[in-house]
Design a protein around this ligand. Sequence first.
Ligand SMILES: O=P(O)(O)OC[C@H]1O[C@H](O)[C@H](O)[C@@H](O)[C@@H]1O
Length: 297
Amino acid sequence: MDHSAADENHRASSVEITKDDNGISQVLLRSPRGASARISLHGGQVRSWKTERGEELLFTSSKANLKPPAAVRGGIPICFPQFGKRGSLEQHGFARNRIWLIEENPPPLQSTDSSNKAFIDLFLKSSDDDLKIWPHSFEVRIRVVLSVDGSLTLISRVRNVNCKPFSFSFAYHTYFSVSDISEVRVEGLETLDYLDNLCNRERFTEQGDALTFESEVDRVYLSSSDAVAVFDHEKKRTFVIRKEGLPDKARGIPDFGDDEYKQMLCVDAAAIEKPITLKPGEEWTGRVELSLVASIQ
Ligand SMILES: O=P(O)(O)OC[C@H]1O[C@H](O)[C@H](O)[C@@H](O)[C@@H]1O
């Protein structure tokens, strides 16, 4: 068997497409050691990411409405073309509400080696209804890759297929599952400036060595470093989030008035404060890699 045929064979055994309870296609990626990721075509959203021991690493609200076009609070929603309420569109834009397609032969991805890894390519383009509320023709592609060691990488491309420039925001709005938010600390955001969404986006500078949580937090850190770590002392887990092409980080624990939300922490890799502008025919690429490392507490 030649090399590419071996790759194809490996891929076929590690990618499975089924339907969820609402009849929406979902993709299951499996690593040879048993880690897995499940991605729904509703929103192109990663809904589950599990270790080889079957432990779920992402949070999903037990009250989430999973029926399209609802926005599902959990997993990794894709915020595009708007983050939060910073624009005329619905919160976090419409991409997370749309039904995406699987793309069999996407244009080649520069400097990305997905061989021997389980991956899927998803695609969304502006519909006539989208153009009524956001008049810019676009194509968005996301490759979700599960590596042999269980780490999860999402690579996104946005292309301007319009005849005029347009600007957009983008975020991987990642809901990590944590034991209890009081047991968690975040490193990698110290000394950065942030905009506090709970104080009319006023600008502050982060102090202290590592960040812990005592009450609701909703902040956008500007020009953050490309690696942030989330330590969960009780679960003895450390998540490492690495990003490229996405200057900002958002961090939040919402106060939805419910104990359930003490078991989650949102850390987004994002382009929020300086929206990305594309001229006709241009393409932007952004990437995030999530990994679980041996506990360094
Ligand atoms: O509930 P969602 O629409 O998914 O948004 C969840 C959260 O997203 C971001 O972090 C916003 O800054 C928060 O204000 C919001 O609570």
